[in-house]
Design a protein around this ligand. Sequence first.
Ligand SMILES: Nc1ncnc2c1ncn2[C@@H]1O[C@H](COP(=O)(O)OP(=O)(O)OP(=O)(O)O)[C@@H](O)[C@H]1O
Ligand SMILES: [Mg+2]
Length: 255
Amino acid sequence: MKWVVFNQKGGVGKSTICTNLAAVSANLGYKTLLVDLDAQGNSTFYSGFVPDNEESLTVADMFKQVVGWFSTPNPPEAYTHPTAVENMSVLPASPALNDMERELESRYKMFKLRDTLKELDTFEHIFIDTPPNFNFYTKAALIAADAFIVPVDCDDFSVQAVSRLLDNVMELKSDHNPNLDFAGIVINQFSTQAKYPKKLIESLEAQNLPLFETRINSAIKVKESHAEALPLVVGYPKHKVSVQLNTLFEELVSE
Ligand SMILES: Nc1ncnc2c1ncn2[C@@H]1O[C@H](COP(=O)(O)OP(=O)(O)OP(=O)(O)O)[C@@H](O)[C@H]1O
Ligand SMILES: [Mg+2]
């Protein structure tokens, strides 16, 4: 099963949720792959992956190979690397993704990620992190995935942003991936006292949008775990937010 975590709004917790869900999956014994399509490489770093003298092949190299810019053909496994988490590998991001995007798009290479991930079928679960844009890489991820997860934050009241995002995804779904499922919206940085989350949840429910019951609280430890390059659920497995991320995973796989 392949999930993509997507929201074109920046900083809502895509990389945090994607990496931790992958780590939960790996902790439970599933052979898991984290795919980082954001040139910022936040998930790559957070997974604890340490590049081998810059020689480790990245997802950018994978795209180079499929368009024939890369002379040595490699098996898809060559682009995946172990992380700090047992059972979890990463297909790392690279800043080179930015430079390649226009060329890849103009040559209609949006389906190549799906084809590569199909070959990586020894991974039982794949989690794909995307950049905060509806760009080539996000589209490639939504085409490659079985289901998408949308994290939203409670900073402002952004139901309109969610509707816009869903319009984009639904168009892509009907054109290119009719089987894509909407796994659900996950509320991140949730606080019971604040007024925005309540309004947001009411509006999303009023529109009959799928909402995970599990909410993710805000916690300093989340930021600390990023700085330590170790997913929260691994570094602080008993932390309240780790428990929530485990429950979120259970909801996800029980769908
Ligand atoms: N539940 C949380 N509690 C506290 N901090 C959080 C939480 N979730 C995310 N953060 C922090 O918010 C920032 C943005 O999170 P993250 O990088 O996961 O978002 P993103 O949607 O992937 O961002 P981008 O759009 O830039 O890729 C990070 O500094 C992260 O540590
Ligand atoms: Mg991110």
